[in-house]
Design a protein around this ligand. Sequence first.
Ligand code: NAD
Length: 499
Amino acid sequence: MNFRNHIAGTWVAPRAGKYFDNVNPADTTDIIGRFPASDGDDVEAAVASAQRGFELWKRTPAPARGDVLRRVGDLMLARKEEIANLMTREMGKPLAETRGDVQEGIDTAYYAATEGRRLFGHTVPSELRDKWAMSFRRPIGVVGLITPFNFPMAIPTWKLFPALVCGNAAILKPAEDVPHTATVLVEILLEAGLPAEVIQLVHGHGEVVGKAIVDHPGVPVISFTGSTETGSIVGATCGRMHKRLSLEMGGKNAQVVLDDADLDLALEGVLWGAFGTTGQRCTATSRLIVQRGVHDRFVAMLEAKAGALRLGDGRQPGTDVGPLIHAASRDKVERYVGIAREQGGEVVTGGRRATGGALDRGFFFQPTIVTGVQAGHRVAVEEIFGPVLSVIRVDTADEAFRINNGVPYGLSSSVYTRDVNLAFRALNELDNGITYINAPTIGAEAHLPFGGVKQTGNGHREGGWEVYEFYSETKVGYVDFSGRLQRAQIDNYPAQAAS
Ligand code: NAD
């Protein structure tokens, strides 16, 4: 089946008539459909339409915009199971996780619905009599939203819903690996009553469609989530064109297990953090930093459990770990296992493609644990984005915190300890946007700000209340009802007589 773009208020074929296959990563013989390989002409049409949509939408009161988002949440809830199934089919992670992905979208919708009745500004006293001073929010225009494959529903909603509540029109370019979920999201927005030209969906390859959106002067706001490498390209263009830009990029997240930790709890945490979503989360636990006193015992516990995880099609009951997203990801993971060995790491679990039976039809890789990793090794510094956990032994909490901070990324971290002083020190001292105490590195909630420091981002946050700042412009109004010219800083501070 040929799927379509949504441009100019209707579902349309790409102008050049080109398509790409959307393939199930658990079974490459299963083609979900053919999606538009759009180009610059499609983007041109999308921008023109979004500009018309913006003129209409920006005049719609924010509470009414929020009402649309409430209906979106209701419709997503009604279709949750269906969406989870189709998401697992195109992306691979098990159903429990795709249900969570949809739920995050629902939570984001309901939060956005109520934000339509807040969008707070400030009213502050003026320094002059009979004068009011206030700030309020204005929509910006057409926003270009470029999203990755690993959260096919949640991440598009993190961007779209606040952008829409703030009164902007949007062009969504989902990752080419997960176009079906994005298509359903746009169907739902339209069914909920969003005016059709307010949302454009343009499928296709990043270097073509994503680039055309970023390059377009009619798109003043870009929100990008993806690799740091692509983010640098996007950032260079936005810098040159003075665009407002939010970047959410890579991570190299660590779970720290100290000598006094509850090891059973820490074990559950690291299994979920490292191998959930096959390690393909921006917040995935990629480093395990363990204090010497519990290192050997904890690694032995972990080996036994990781080796028993069941790989397979995420729609089959009992599957713990799905496939990687495509062949290139699996090749990359394989390369990093080789690098780990070359640098002196010992692969104690996994380290190979998972094969046999149905697994041969997908991009499966065994959950992998490498011990004996040193802080400077490449597998301890670079993002792998697969089921590979590098274990680093340390003597003290100080050393653990230093190693946590010694990478270019700064998204998430986790510390397992029963010592309340160490827990609070970790919150204070770890250079990450998010730190969990006695919980894994993954598990963000939709109503809190989400994002990272250093090369993970550029200072913005998604989620929660902060993202609404990004999608709106602050405007200040002064109303002088004194009936005479009042000069700020001058009339109220008359010159002092010289002494
Ligand atoms: P990616 O960078 O390959 O692609 C992301 C998106 O950018 C896709 O839609 C792609 O088509 C598009 N793109 C590619 N080249 C482009 C270009 N030149 N101009 C404009 N757009 C372009 O990333 P991915 O493989 O889909 O996702 C994995 C990465 O995303 C990992 O690095 C992960 O850490 C990161 N990620 C970060 C967060 C976060 O919030 N920090 C969340 C999820 C994923």
